[in-house]
Design a protein around this ligand. Structure first.
Ligand SMILES: [Zn+2]
Ligand SMILES: [Zn+2]
Ligand SMILES: [Zn+2]
Ligand SMILES: [Zn+2]
Length: 115
């Protein structure tokens, strides 16, 4: 069996998807107009968050403190209690700055003042 067979099956079922059935709108529209409640994407990369009532990436975990799925780019996030907000998972909380940022991006160490 060639893997291509599965791919074709997938494309056919996608074209028969109820969202597109009665619509002449191109899927390209999704990139220009985002209607989050109607925004339907296929698993496994996306999951419907029951709390937010929208589709989010599986890495974008719902935060019970922020009461949303905070990631804007779909990457994994974690909640920082000190910042009282969700930050990218790679960030570390810096006690000097009292802010989360990349390890090597401590604001107090930056000489040129660039953010
Ligand atoms: Zn959510
Ligand atoms: Zn949070
Ligand atoms: Zn923090
Ligand atoms: Zn710092």
């Amino acid at each position: 069996m060639m893997p291509e067979i599965k791919m074709i099956d997938y494309m056919v079922s996608y074209q028969n998807h109820p969202t597109f059935k009665n619509s002449k709108k191109s899927p390209v529209r999704f990139f220009t107009t985002i209607d989050r409640n109607k925004f339907v994407l296929s698993p496994p990369l996306y999951e419907n968050c029951k709390e937010c009532k929208r589709y989010v990436t599986v890495e974008n975990r719902h935060c019970s403190v922020c009461k949303n799925c905070p990631s804007r780019d779909g990457l994994a996030v974690k909640h920082c209690g000190l910042c009282s907000r969700c930050v990218p998972e790679k960030y570390q909380h810096c006690k000097k700055c009292n802010t989360c940022s990349f390890k090597n991006r401590c604001h107090s160490n930056s000489k040129d003042g660039k953010d």
